[in-house]
Design a protein around this ligand. Structure first.
Ligand code: CAA
Length: 260
């Protein structure tokens, strides 16, 4: 599929996926959501795509939200379908085996913050501003924000951010545990690529199963989560990567993982 609104570049397994609609601060309209869903599906089944970084084009924004001009005319039914469409993208990132890192280079508002929260973790630039302005538009977050933010930082801070519609700085987002690290704007993408390359070099089956255990385990009782973890741990002993990783340790050499 040709993408009108996405730039995709693969450098040795580290894929940088850039939302490229800077004239609208990369706002997510239906077309961008369709393209994102399809790009993520393609990347999930591309053995050459080991880690994905999502970022926004231009100097100003990661993604300034769902497209308000498109939403302005929606009926209740269309609003519901639009939310479900956005949620499919967020869920696809959570369900895919490939790790996804958000590099938040500017405004991450509404659906843009939801896109970042849908990733496995977030790096931000000092310029980033994060928030949920939906209530200022007479609506509420609809691409998973109420669920993902409250699970990540607890309900009280999520309530404050969502009820006020205020933006917070990258530093505050760091203190609240929304972002993992904050970098100077010119460093952000390189730092994300550095971390992505480190992940791309380890046993990716172990990473994929750990991602699965963390994401699914959060929806289980602790005992079920432990059981699930042990099952996935056991499955890894049937892989070539486990044999290679442990043999390399014993032989005092660097492991060469094949993802098999
Ligand atoms: N949807 C559509 N267009 C948007 C947009 C959005 N979310 N955000 C910015 N744009 C457009 C602007 O309309 C403007 O286009 P024109 O030049 O054609 O007028 C262009 O991008 C540049 O934006 P501004 O001139 O507003 O830039 P600024 O620097 O003055 O302000 C901003 C930046 C504070 C981020 C401001 O653009 C803004 O408040 N944007 C909207 C943020 C928002 O409310 N997001 C939540 C959307 S609702 C949502 O996401 C629902 C959900 O959960 C699914």
């Amino acid at each position: 599929m040709e993408f009108k609104n996405l730039l995709i570049e693969n450098a040795e397994g580290v894929v940088t996926l850039t939302i490229n609609r800077p004239q609208a601060l990369n706002a997510l309209n239906s077309e961008v959501l369709t393209e994102l869903g399809s790009a993520l599906y393609q990347l999930e089944y591309d053995p050459g795509a080991k880690v994905i970084i999502i970022t926004g084009a231009g100097e100003k924004a990661f993604v300034a939200g769902a497209d308000i001009k498109e939403m302005a005319e929606m009926s209740s039914y269309e609003g519901h379908r639009f939310a479900v469409k956005g949620q499919h993208v967020m869920m696809a990132m959570e369900k895919m085996k490939t790790p996804v890192i958000a590099a938040v280079n500017g405004f991450a508002l509404g659906g843009g913050l939801e896109l970042a929260l849908g990733c496995d973790f977030i790096y931000a630039s000092t310029k980033a501003r994060l928030g949920f302005p939906e209530v200022t538009l007479g609506i509420m977050p609809g691409f998973g924000g109420t669920q993902n933010l409250a699970r990540l930082i607890g309900p009280n801070r999520a309530n404050e951010l969502i009820f006020t519609g205020r933006m917070i700085t990258a530093e505050k987002a760091l203190a609240w545990g929304i972002v993992n690290e904050v970098f100077a704007p010119e460093e952000l993408l390189d730092k994300a690529k550095e971390t992505a390359a480190a992940i791309a070099g380890v046993g990716l089956l172990g990473v994929a199963y750990a991602k699965d255990a963390i994401a699914n385990g959060l929806n289980m009782t602790k005992e079920d989560g432990f059981r699930y973890e042990a099952s996935l741990f056991g499955v890894l002993f049937a892989t070539e990567d486990q044999k290679e990783g442990m043999a390399a340790f014993v032989d005092k050499r660097k492991a060469v993982f094949t993802g098999k």
